[in-house]
Design a protein around this ligand. Structure first.
Ligand SMILES: *Cc1c(COP(=O)(O)O)cnc(C)c1O
Length: 434
């Protein structure tokens, strides 16, 4: 083993050579150096604002739902590592991938029967789009090759996903001239509990009908628009989309990469609406935050449609498709989730967030406070000062990553009540000082 890098050394090399998400090169911000992580705590290599450990309010971007260094997930990884960490998936198969795919079919809405394992959320969205376009091509309707979505969405950073992200204000506006031009509905009206807005319902129906001849699929994040703005909408709009898609020969894709595995209070957010999509993407919490893995599920109608075309195959096959290590951990993570009363834990965290974030409502600079499932959001009336907000949270012993006008949290489901309260104090402090 080489000598460990001293934190200052490590940071200097990081700044010089390592790209970070949405970052400049060389880096301008000073990232904190994490040495290890356990339970809900990140352990820093050197204290920051007096804190050696930070409670993770972000679940490492929605993924680490069981916390870090979990004995069951560690054991699954170790056991698989001793057998094989990877073999190619072309012409070969193995138990971890087969078990995972079967499990996903069992726990997702009934019509979803077939699984494509991909290596990241963005790739699973690429695959979903390819499935939908190819479905219509096989059906002799190649003109149906555009996507329809509503504004305010986020579906990843590769090319097709970027084209259905919110076209305004987001990171992807930069590429608006180069991306495929998709069809955008207005953003869904705010409020999970809000009565459906009849004018908006008509807008959705009319838009799907008007573009039916050129639309392969409608793609949306159900119930929660995550990285596009942490907005919640009524599940009724998902039923409207399902009906409009059925009436107009358009496929429906739900991107459940952020919402899946219980985060919104249902195992999948589609459950709030009681509707099933034709294609569904899952990722993020799939492996409990251990390894990168995502999946695209589709109905037999979609799979058979593709297979009956001139090109009867789905031409996609990532090198690390079905990675056994990631698949084994994902199986263990799903079992761990379903083997406990996750609904109760998500509800408990939601109650803690509601209580702890109440003081932010009506505070100066705060536009809205909202909670759904185990997601808590404080929306400011101004762009957050990310450095000041991060500093305020770290002083409280909490890791948060605010963006735009949002200070938000989605804690691991294993977060205890005291730590939920601590996260809330940090969110409020970040909202005040950011
Ligand atoms: C994070 C996210 C993605 C992209 O997933 P990656 O693994 O980052 O590529 C796509 N859709 C939604 C809804 C997401 O939250």
């Amino acid at each position: 083993m080489p000598d460990p890098l001293r934190p200052a050394e490590l940071r200097a090399l990081d700044r010089a050579h390592v790209w970070h998400p949405y970052g400049p090169m060389p880096g301008r911000q000073e990232p904190l150096v994490v040495e290890s992580a356990s339970g809900v705590r990140l352990r820093l290599a050197e204290p920051s604002h007096g804190q050696h450990e930070l409670v993770d309010g972000m679940s490492s971007w929605w993924s680490a739902v069981h916390g870090y260094n979990h004995p069951v997930l560690n054991e699954a990884a170790r056991g698989q590592l001793d057998r094989m960490s990877h073999v190619m998936f072309g012409g070969l198969t193995h138990e971890p991938a087969v078990r995972l795919a079967t499990r996903l079919v069992e726990i997702t809405p009934e019509p979803l029967q077939h699984v494509f394992l991909a290596d990241s959320g963005s790739v699973s969205v690429e695959v979903a789009v390819k499935m939908c376009l190819q479905y219509w091509r096989s059906a002799g309707r190649p003109a149906k090759n555009r996507l329809l979505t509503w504004r305010g969405g986020y579906h990843g950073d590769t090319w097709q996903p970027m084209s259905v992200c919110d076209p305004e204000g987001g990171m992807h506006e930069l590429w608006s001239g180069s991306l495929p031009r998709q069809i955008f509905a207005d953003a869904p009206p705010d409020g999970f509990d809000a009565e459906p807005d009849e004018t908006y319902v008509r807008h959705l129906r009319d838009l799907v009908a008007a573009h039916a001849d050129e639309t392969a699929a409608v793609i949306v994040e159900p119930v929660v628009q995550g990285a596009g703005g942490m907005r919640f909408h009524s599940p009724a709009y998902l039923r409207v989309l399902r009906e409009a898609c059925d009436a107009n020969d358009v496929l429906l894709v739900f991107d459940e990469i952020a919402t899946g595995f219980g985060r919104t209070g249902q195992l999948f957010a589609a459950g709030h609406a009681g509707v099933s999509p034709d294609v569904m993407c899952v990722g993020k919490a799939l492996t409990g935050g251990y390894l990168t893995l995502a999946a695209t599920l589709c109905t037999s109608r979609v799979a058979e449609g593709i297979s009956s075309g001139d090109v009867p195959v789905l031409a996609h096959g990532p090198t690390f498709m079905g990675n056994p290590l990631a698949s084994a951990v994902a199986c263990a993570s799903v079992d761990l989730l379903l083997g406990q009363d996750w609904e109760l834990e998500v509800k408990r965290i939601g109650t803690g967030l509601r209580q702890g974030l109440a003081e932010a409502a009506g505070a100066p600079g705060v536009r809205d406070v909202r909670v759904l499932g185990a997601i808590g959001v404080v929306q400011l009336d101004h762009e957050v000062d990310m450095e000041a907000a991060t500093r305020a949270a770290v002083r409280e012993g909490v890791w948060l990553r605010p963006f735009r006008d949002l200070v938000y949290t989605m804690p691991p489901y294993v977060t205890g009540d005291d730590d939920v309260a601590r996260i809330c104090r940090a969110v409020c402090a970040a909202a005040r000082e950011g």
